[in-house]
Design a protein. Sequence first.
Length: 99
Amino acid sequence: MGEELAGESPANGDVVIAVLNSGRASALGFSRVSGIPHPEGLIKNRYIGRTFITPGQSYRELKVKLKLSPVREVHVRIASPPIRYPCYMGVTFQPGTSS
């Protein structure tokens, strides 16, 4: 996905940073195709709980700010496809919310 994304939506950046482990494969692919280095750039606070299940958008955003500390200016490219259908396996989420 990251390799495709680098071709479809190139970036003029200094580094490519994975957002948590779920974004690592896409970040590596984007880095490989674009030639932009892929160092660590988000420091995760492991003492903050799971933020995507936190009730309330404002509280969720606060927990994410405490959980992830960016090292520099951030430009976003999203490699995952859009979510079109609900998950019937027990994971609930609301479209338009951040995790």
